[in-house]
Write a protein that binds this ligand. Structure first.
Ligand code: URA
Length: 204
C-alpha cells in the first residue's frame, strides 16, 4: 500500500515522506540500497539460477527484487561483490568508458614467466576478440600468485588473460573495486551496508 492505497504498479515513484506498507509491514524509508558482500565459492552472481545458489540467497533482506550486481564474479571466484538498487551508481562502476579499477588476487597453475608478465601489463589478445586488453597493473607475489588490476570487465577476463599467455587461473579473488576494498571483517558469505562515504568514493 502506498499512502493508504493499494498500489499495483512496480514503477510507482515514492519520496522519503511516502508511507509504503508491504505485506502489512512498514518498509521504512525507501531509497537506494548499497551492500558489499564477500562472495564464497559455489554461488552465482545471478538473480535466479535453477542449479546453483545465488549470491542474493546470502542476503537477509526482505526485498531483493530491485537489487543487481555492480560487476559479477564467476561461480568459482571469491571476494568483493557490490550489490545495489541504484542503476546510475552501478553504471559508473561497470561502464567501460569509466575505467573503474578492479583488483584481483590470482593463483596460477604454472609459474608466471617474465615475458608473460610483461605481455599482461601491456595488453594481450583474448581469443575471438580483435582488440587487445587495456594496459594492466601486475604485482608478482610469488611464483604462482600475483595481484592484477584491470580497468575493463570483459567476459571471464582475468582467466582469459592468463590463458592468452599459456597459463591457467586456479584461484581468483577480487580484493577491491575502485576505491573500495573488501572489508577484512567480512567472512565468506557475510555482507554489510556501505557507508555514505563509501558510496561516494567508490568511483572517485
Ligand atoms: N575475470 C574472470 O575471469 N572471472 C571473474 O569472476 C572476474 C574476472
Amino acid at each position: 500500500m502506498v499512502d493508504g492505497e493499494t498500489e499495483k504498479s512496480t514503477s510507482r515513484r515514492v519520496v522519503p515522506e511516502t508511507r509504503v506498507i508491504l505485506d502489512g509491514n512498514e518498509t521504512g524509508q525507501p531509497g537506494p540500497r548499497y551492500f558489499m558482500l564477500h562472495k564464497p565459492q559455489g554461488y552465482v552472481c545471478s538473480t535466479g539460477d535453477p542449479q546453483h545458489p545465488t549470491v542474493l540467497d546470502l542476503l537477509d533482506e526482505e526485498i531483493t527484487g530491485d537489487l543487481h550486481f555492480a560487476g559479477r564474479l564467476d561461480i568459482d571466484a571469491t571476494g568483493l561483490v557490490l550489490i545495489t538498487s541504484d542503476g546510475q551508481w552501478s553504471h559508473r562502476i561497470v561502464a567501460p568508458g569509466r575505467k573503474c579499477r578492479k583488483r584481483y588476487r590470482v593463483t596460477l597453475a604454472d609459474p608466471l614467466t617474465a615475458s608473460g608478465a610483461e605481455k599482461l601489463r601491456q595488453g594481450v589478445l583474448l581469443r575471438n576478440e580483435p582488440q587487445p586488453t587495456q594496459p594492466a597493473m601486475l604485482e608478482i607475489l610469488a611464483e604462482r600468485s600475483c595481484l592484477l588490476t584491470i580497468t575493463e570487465g570483459r567476459y571471464h577476463q582475468v582467466k582469459r588473460m592468463f590463458a592468452a599467455v599459456g597459463n591457467r587461473v586456479i584461484g581468483l579473488h577480487r580484493a577491491s573495486i575502485g576505491n573500495l576494498e573488501l572489508d577484512d571483517d567480512l567472512a565468506p558469505g557475510a555482507y554489510r551496508r556501505l557507508s555514505l562515504q563509501e558510496i561516494e568514493v567508490v568511483t572517485r
